[in-house]
Design a protein around this ligand. Structure first.
Ligand code: UD1
Length: 424
């Protein structure tokens, strides 16, 4: 058996320009939303990553035709004649659960296996279910599958989420667009990807206002009136943030293109607080650092707070900063597995409940390490570029889930990184 790994020889170099792909977390939901417009929707700026391929399979299993040409996907959902999503796909990718809302919107029923995905905390779906129940959906669980029906039809409702869950907001939104009457989602997630989804739904004929704020209002339309559309995915703020951290760690300058800087306000604020110079333009951000990194405090929170998906990358920065940083993870339980891997490279991190105390060290050393999830994997490669000697990053399938050509992009910025097969 052979395994593909990433080999990094630490040369401390990342300099130049890089363009980010479309946002994974947007494109996945836009693909699911295509189920609502019976016919061929066209989605541009879709990243070439394995999670997107899985979502393509999910849609094909439902009967859709999915064609890819470069970064454009053509999804014909006219032939969709099934509302069942099997375990072998949902267990590979938790975001498969986002077909639940559009299937309910279109068919009034859905049959979706219970999700798996990244091992970061419990990742429950109770809020998806409670919200959809308020819209008239009945749920049963049979043999690991979630069976949704709408015996009395789908109707608008006032839903207050306990927490601004991204996935619950999206599922509710995609069901509510085809419900009878008005739905109000209070304490809705405000991530830019929610706004992107709402924009696509509006161009399909849905009536949605307030997306991007914590109160979203949806006036339902008959599901048959929703039509296909053409839409371009927003840039990936987490991929952008990852390269900015790379630039900050190595000194840069690194310019990241294809991203609206307003999506990254909190991350940019923290980069500056840690001693970096950051410049922004309409669709680019540049980072440079000429002074030592300084310690900081970070608390992950729902958008516009500091994103949990950049927590590992900033933990790496903190590991090399002067002083003691405290990083608090509020969004997911159990999202500090990265700390143990980084400690293998010489970082000094102790975990106390949902706080990480990071004492900066003057160097990291190359070591064999394992990606524990996709963001941790990306951060370990950056750590390797900064470290002395060779770092071998295992379990890189996690990185491939969310980063298009990560190694190629880092190499174009001067890093000494390559993929290679080794016997497992
Ligand atoms: C999405 C993103 C993920 C990001 C996260 C938070 C995708 C494919 N993934 O995940 O990259 O890290 O947002 O920004 O878009 N929760 C419940 N019950 C629920 C729903 C959520 O308890 O019904 C909890 C989760 O266990 C977690 C927290 O709420 O602790 C946040 O989850 P949520 O915002 O729903 O994240 P995802 O949509 O899963």
């Amino acid at each position: 058996m052979s395994e593909e790994i990433i080999v990094v020889r630490g040369n401390g170099t990342l300099k130049g320009e890089v363009s980010v792909a479309g946002a994974k977390n947007s494109a996945l939901k836009l693909m699911a939303a295509a189920l609502l417009g019976r016919g061929q929707s066209v989605i541009h700026n879709v990243p070439l990553i394995s999670d997107i391929a899985i979502m393509g399979e999910v849609l094909e299993r439902l009967g859709a035709q999915v064609e890819r040409e470069g970064h454009t996907l053509r999804i014909d959902t006219a032939p969709v004649d099934s509302f069942k999503t099997p375990y072998e796909l949902v267990s590979k990718m938790r975001a498969s659960i986002s077909v639940l809302g559009p299937l309910i919107g279109r068919f009034g029923q859905a049959h979706v296996a219970m999700p798996g995905g990244c091992q970061i905390g419990a990742r429950k779906i109770d809020m998806h279910l409670v919200g959809l129940e308020a819209l008239g959906v009945k749920f049963d669980v049979a043999h690991g599958d979630l069976i949704a029906t709408t015996p009395d039809g789908l109707h608008g409702a006032h839903v207050m989420l306990n927490f601004p869950s991204v996935g619950a907001t999206e599922n509710l939104l995609m069901a509510a667009v085809a419900a009878e009457g008005v739905t109000v989602i209070e304490n809705a997630a405000r991530e830019p990807e929610i706004e992107d989804l709402a924009n696509m739904l509006v161009s399909m004929g849905a009536r949605v206002s307030g997306a991007g704020t914590s109160i979203i209002e949806v006036e339902g339309v008959p599901s048959e009136s929703l039509h296909p559309c053409e839409h371009t995915t927003v840039g990936d703020r987490i991929e952008a943030g990852t390269f900015l951290v790379g630039g900050a760690l190595m000194g840069g300058p690194v310019t990241v293109r294809g991203i609206d800087p307003s999506f990254l306000r909190m991350a940019i604020f923290k980069l500056r607080a840690m001693g970096c110079e950051v410049e922004t333009g309409q669709d680019w951000v540049r980072v440079e650092r000429t002074k030592p990194l300084v310690a900081t405090e970070i608390q992950t929170l729902p958008h516009p707070g500091f994103p949990t998906d950049l927590q590992a990358q900033f933990m790496l920065l903190a590991a090399r900063a002067e002083g003691v940083s405290v990083i608090t993870e509020n969004v997911f339980e159990n999202r500090f597995m990265f700390a143990a891997e980084l400690s293998r490279m010489g970082a000094d991190i102790s975990i106390e409940d949902h706080h990480a105390i990071v004492r900066g060290v003057s160097r990291l050393q190359g070591a064999p390490v394992s990606s524990t999830d996709l963001r941790a994997g990306a951060a370990l490669v950056l750590a390797g570029i900064d470290a002395e000697g060779e770092t071998r990053v295992h379990e890189i399938r996690h990185i491939d889930r969310g980063y298009e050509d990560y190694v190629g992009k880092l190499a174009s910025l001067g890093a000494d990184v390559s993929r290679t097969s080794v016997s497992a």
